[in-house]
Design a protein around this ligand. Structure first.
Ligand code: GRF
Length: 209
């Protein structure tokens, strides 16, 4: 049975969506741990309610990013992760960390990358006046919000949207695509070829929601 370790910093709703679908569809997977970088991350409560082991590695206890990441790597390796899922983990990871988990480290970003990397994506999307926004699941490489794209979901930007309403529409889409991407990985259907992710057998990697 494959093992997933999830890293969170906050609400953890993507993590929750993945766990719930895994339970409903009876995926042969074990959620071996959830790690947060501070104890107030609300997603820890859901993990505890499901009997999933939780760990807090306070980034503030570490003077350098390298030492924080070394502690994370040690914990994740101890848990034996086949896949590391970043679900709203708000720390920039070192190249060493990223290389260590290369090809088995996924992230979700609330925009249609490469548009709007970084923070405040919904505000920036509204400012730019775009008519379609969305979310991207990707393998993590060394650049921030870069890396081979596994799948994307697009949602319309509607008349009268504010950052809150747009964020809610995108989040609902995130909850649909992140579990799909994780399942594709677990089923061995993803091949990274350069900056492309090929899905075998092929199926649309774009969801219009
Ligand atoms: C999501 O919007 C995700 O795309 C971004 O951080 C947010 C995390 O939300 N990386 P949650 O903690 O999964 O509810």
């Amino acid at each position: 049975m494959l093992s997933i370790v999830t890293l969170i910093s906050g609400r953890g709703s993507n993590f929750e969506a993945i766990v719930k679908i895994a339970q409903k569809e009876r995926w042969p997977v074990k959620f071996t741990g959830v790690i947060a970088n501070h104890s107030a991350a609300q997603g820890l409560d859901f993990a505890r309610s499901q009997g999933i082991p939780t760990f807090v590695i306070e980034h503030r206890d570490h003077v350098t990013r390298e030492s924080f990441d070394a502690a994370l790597i040690a914990q994740i390796d101890k848990l034996g992760a086949d896949l590391v899922v970043l679900a709203g983990f708000m720390r920039i990871l070192t190249p060493h960390f990223i290389r260590h988990f290369e090809g088995r480290l996924m992230n979700i970003h609330p925009a249609l990358l490469p548009a709007f990397p970084g923070l405040h994506t919904h505000e920036r999307a509204l400012e730019a006046g775009i008519k379609e926004h969305g979310a991207t699941v990707h393998f993590v490489t060394e650049g921030v919000d870069e890396g081979p794209i596994i799948c994307q979901a697009s949602v319309p930007v509607l008349e009268g949207d504010d950052a809150g309403s747009l964020a809610a529409r995108v989040l609902a889409a995130e909850h649909q695509i992140y579990p799909r991407a994780v399942k594709w990985f677990l089923d061995g259907r993803l091949r990274i070829e350069g900056n492309q992710v090929k899905l075998q057998p092929p199926e649309s990697q774009l969801f219009k929601l």
